[in-house]
Design a protein around this ligand. Structure first.
Ligand code: SF4
Ligand code: SF4
Length: 228
């Protein structure tokens, strides 16, 4: 798949999710930003979309915001979503990863506003809570929504197969170079820097039996969009 095609599929996936989530009952409001931390993870295709936006709107100073994050401890996943799915389907435990990371604000958060809001990655779009989070951003999420989020993450990884997955700062620092972006267009994981994992195909969907019927209409639309 060529990059423009993949970007179009990604945008349609975001639109589908935004339409799905709009009527949900949650307490999240604009300006509530405890969940906006430097621990967000993204795929390289999502990073490419963000970088393309930053470059095309000549907001290159946004890249400077990433630099301080590199000196801080942040969540760097050891495996991708589809690797976790593969392990679960083989009844194996995924590697243990700490869930306690410093809740340092996201580099794109300014005056409680997201500076890249229309381009924000799926990890931000799907973060909802039915109860106001405390300062540690521990959200309360309906189990069906967790299943739907997992479903979208598995497909978003698959459309960027052989690309990379990791902390948003690491992915963006990798792709902010024009040379690296050109390389990514041909060899998606050529510039794999430390802390980044290689995306995988979907090994099977992690949908519990009680959610099969409920997610089927959404799954049909996702399959239509992705062609997978
Ligand atoms: S997930 Fe929590 S911190 Fe984030 S917007 Fe919702 S209530 Fe606020
Ligand atoms: S990218 Fe935007 S929405 Fe996502 S964590 Fe950062 S400030 Fe929040």
């Amino acid at each position: 798949m060529q990059i423009p095609y993949k970007l179009n599929v990604l945008a349609r996936m975001y639109d589908l999710y935004d339409d799905f989530s709009a009527p949900l009952d949650f307490v999240c409001v604009r300006g509530c930003t405890a969940c906006c931390t430097q621990n967000v993870t993204i795929t390289s295709l999502e990073g490419y979309r963000i970088v393309q936006h930053i470059v095309s709107t000549k907001q290159l100073d946004l890249f400077r915001r990433l630099q301080p994050t590199t000196a801080q401890e942040r969540f760097r996943p050891a495996v991708t979503t589809n690797q976790i799915a593969a392990l679960c389907l083989q009844r194996q435990d995924p590697p243990e990863e700490s869930i306690e990371w410093p809740e340092v604000p996201c580099p794109f958060l300014s005056n409680n506003e997201c500076l890249i809001y229309p381009e924000r990655p799926f990890g931000c779009r799907c973060f909802f809570s039915t109860k106001k989070c405390n300062s540690t951003a521990h959200a309360e999420v309906d189990p069906l929504l967790l299943t739907v989020n997992m479903l979208f993450m598995q497909f978003i990884e698959d459309i960027d197969q052989d690309g990379l997955f990791g902390n948003m700062t690491d992915v963006l620092l990798c792709l902010k170079s024009e040379v690296h972006r050109k390389q990514y267009e041909i060899h998606p994981n050529l510039n794999r820097s430390p802390g980044l994992c290689v995306n995988r195909r979907i090994p099977g969907l992690l949908v519990p039996p009680e959610h099969h019927a409920k997610i089927q209409p959404l799954l049909d639309q996702i399959k239509k969009i992705t062609g997978l």
